[in-house]
Write a protein that binds this ligand. Sequence first.
Ligand SMILES: [Zn+2]
Length: 149
Amino acid sequence: MRDGRGREMTDCPLCRDPGGRLLWQDDCCRLVLVDDPDYPGFCRVIWRRHAAEMSDLSATEQRHLMAVVFAAEKALRLTLRPDKINLASLGNVVPHLHWHVIPRWQDDRHFPNPVWGGEMRQPAPRRPVDVQALLAAFSGILAGGQEAE
Ligand SMILES: [Zn+2]
């Protein structure tokens, strides 16, 4: 197996494991739920094959990946009503393009910093995400661009 820049990768964690609780997948990418009690609903959209940069994908692939990311964002807004959504694509460690889709609250552990930044406070406990509701919203939006509240 090679990474997005043609280097040999012998043990890639995102080829070996889903990288979270698998919620949905197709031939190109998957949606996983990150297990972080401070950030219920924290999801990642992970591209299946090795590609390091968005511009390594074809235009069709780029549109597909972003459609999945935006469906995840919208589904999180509908089910959790966070104060903000953070979208981030870093990928400095693994050669799989992936987008973090992170619901944020003004009283969460790091707000207004990124979740990887300095802690600001001890957050109040949060209710876990309703995974079935999230998945139903995500599937509906992805299938038909559903905007219903
Ligand atoms: Zn891999």
